[in-house]
Ligand binder design. Structure first.
Ligand SMILES: [Zn+2]
Length: 139
């Protein structure tokens, strides 16, 4: 189960999957604008042409506000999506940083070649005093 979740995480965080999801969501949101355009502009005009129903001023106001609402919804949705994508990208870079090897915490004693703490000034194995400057010059 843990491996499954790990695989899913890798799958979900892949850039192309994210792009696809963004495309689908934007597409769905854009469809709402097109639907609104049809409902609030094209249909009333068709109705006027075919049935001769006069479009009243009050109705035009309602249609216009419906359409503006659809556009505002789209902008809000796109903004939220942008924030989510930004957050996920940040998550991905944090994940990548973790994969990088950690800074070395040990060094080799120049006298006995044992691994010792990087900040050690005296070797715990051979008790030699390690001079920091020499160590840096050697590197
Ligand atoms: Zn040593």
């Amino acid at each position: 189960m843990k491996k499954f979740l790990q695989e899913f995480k890798e799958f979900a965080l892949k850039g192309n999957v994210l792009d696809l999801a963004v495309g689908v969501i934007i597409g769905a949101a854009f469809k709402d604008i097109v639907t609104s355009l049809t409902d609030n502009f094209i249909n009333p005009i068709l109705q006027f042409i075919t049935a001769g129903d006069p479009i009243e001023k009050a109705e035009i106001g309602v249609y216009a506000s419906n359409f503006v609402t659809a556009i505002i919804n789209f902008i809000i949705m796109a903004f939220i999506l942008f924030c989510i994508v930004k957050a996920i990208n940040k998550m991905m870079t944090i994940g990548k940083k973790k994969e990088e090897p950690a800074a070395p915490t040990t060094k080799k004693c120049p006298f006995c070649m044992s691994e010792i703490a990087i900040e050690a000034t005296r070797c715990p194995h051979c008790t030699s005093v390690i001079e920091e400057e020499k160590e840096e010059a050697a590197v």
